[in-house]
Design a protein around this ligand. Structure first.
Ligand SMILES: Cc1cc2nc3c(=O)[nH]c(=O)nc-3n(C[C@H](O)[C@H](O)[C@H](O)COP(=O)(O)OP(=O)(O)OC[C@H]3O[C@@H](n4cnc5c(N)ncnc54)[C@H](O)[C@@H]3O)c2cc1C
Length: 309
């Protein structure tokens, strides 16, 4: 039986191995061509990492925030798009797993653990932006099912994932965060219309895009948790997992960018001085000492948050 920290190191090593051997080879094409990183995500699925937050009794890894931070950071070092897709899949998986019914376990969590299902989050909206706990998308109950109407922005893996966790409120409750409610919507449900890709700098392959929902009908059983109890989800699940996933993607990118900058400064020398750029104080303060420590400090802060969570 591995200790908790040995388990985290094992997961880090698996992620680093896939990042180096699969993601790195594809990342340029993924970004230049805006190509959704299917091969990298397949490798993560085959290694069992897509089930990071699925409970062990359902075949997953049963892990929490620290594992999310460590794995996502390793992926972000080599391919920011794959890291973002993995991060949003993981947050949505955690939302699905938190109060899953046995039907949700069979339809979503076991397939996720088996590497056969990718999910994502559809919370943010163009109108309320980062205040994602105040969605304007509405739901109404009709004949035992639920109808969803509204618009989402930045749905990562949009159009590629097998399911989406969608937030909505009942009509007239737009300003009441206590009515925040989540449903899981399966891909290709009639009434879903994908909007053009967001062309994010260095992240063109993550397929973050808008989603228009026009009378999208889902079974009442696709409700996650209980109707209206979900401000609890915001603070206990969505916000911590979302923030750690996002931060870890960008820490991974920053670490990689800094390493490349240092290599470049140490490798570039002028013929007329014979000295490398790393000897120029304005480019490389304190011989790089402070610079070297910066991403580690930021990474340590994210790790502390993940452990605290
Ligand atoms: C690559 C990428 C992938 C994403 N994937 C997903 C996804 O899969 N699912 C999803 O639901 N969302 C996703 N998002 C959306 C994201 O998390 C935010 O909801 C979105 O970026 C908000 O953008 P905005 O420009 O509307 O922010 P705005 O609301 O306009 O905010 C702009 C800035 O102002 C700050 N700000 C706003 N209000 C306040 C305040 N009261 N006090 C202090 N600061 C404030 C914000 O923190 C932000 O820095 C993704 C975003 C990106 C960039």
């Amino acid at each position: 039986m591995l200790t908790a920290s040995a388990t985290i190191e094992r997961l880090r090593n698996i992620a680093a191995d896939i990042a180096t051997n699969v993601l790195a080879a594809d990342s340029e094409k993924v970004d230049l061509e805006g190509h959704w990183p299917e091969r990298g995500l397949r490798a993560l699925a085959d290694a069992g990492l897509m089930g990071l937050h699925v409970p062990e009794h359902l075949g997953g890894q049963g892990q929490g925030l620290l594992a999310l931070s460590v794995v996502t950071e390793e992926l972000g070092r080599q391919c920011s798009s794959t890291a973002m897709c993995f991060g949003m899949h993981s947050v949505a998986t955690k939302v699905l797993a938190t109060k899953a019914s046995s039907d949700h376990e069979d339809r979503f969590l076991r397939p996720i653990a088996q590497g056969q299902h990718i999910t994502s989050l559809a919370l943010s909206e163009p109108g309320t932006g980062s205040h994602f706990f105040l969605p304007r998308t509405q739901f109404a109950t009709e004949d035992g099912s639920v109808l969803l109407d509204g618009q989402k922005s930045f749905v990562t893996s949009g159009g590629h994932a097998d399911s989406y966790v969608v937030s909505a409120v009942p009509p007239g409750s737009e300003m009441d965060p206590g009515t925040f409610t989540c449903f899981v919507v399966e891909k290709n449900t009639p009434g879903m219309e994908w909007l053009p890709d967001w062309e994010g700098f260095g992240m063109r392959g993550n397929s973050s895009r808008g989603l228009h929902l026009d009378k999208v009908r889902v079974p009442q059983g696709n409700l996650l948790g209980s109707e209206g109890d979900q401000i609890w989800y915001v603070f206990e699940v969505v916000a911590p997992y979302f923030i750690i996933a996002m931060s870890s993607v960008y820490i991974g990118i920053a670490q990689s960018a800094l390493e490349q900058t240092i290599t470049s400064l140490k490798g570039r020398s002028h013929v007329h001085t014979g000295e490398t750029l790393s000897t120029v104080p304005v480019l490389f303060p304190s011989g790089g000492g402070d610079v070297d420590r910066n991403p580690e400090n930021a990474a340590a802060r994210v790790t502390r948050c993940a452990i605290g969570g």
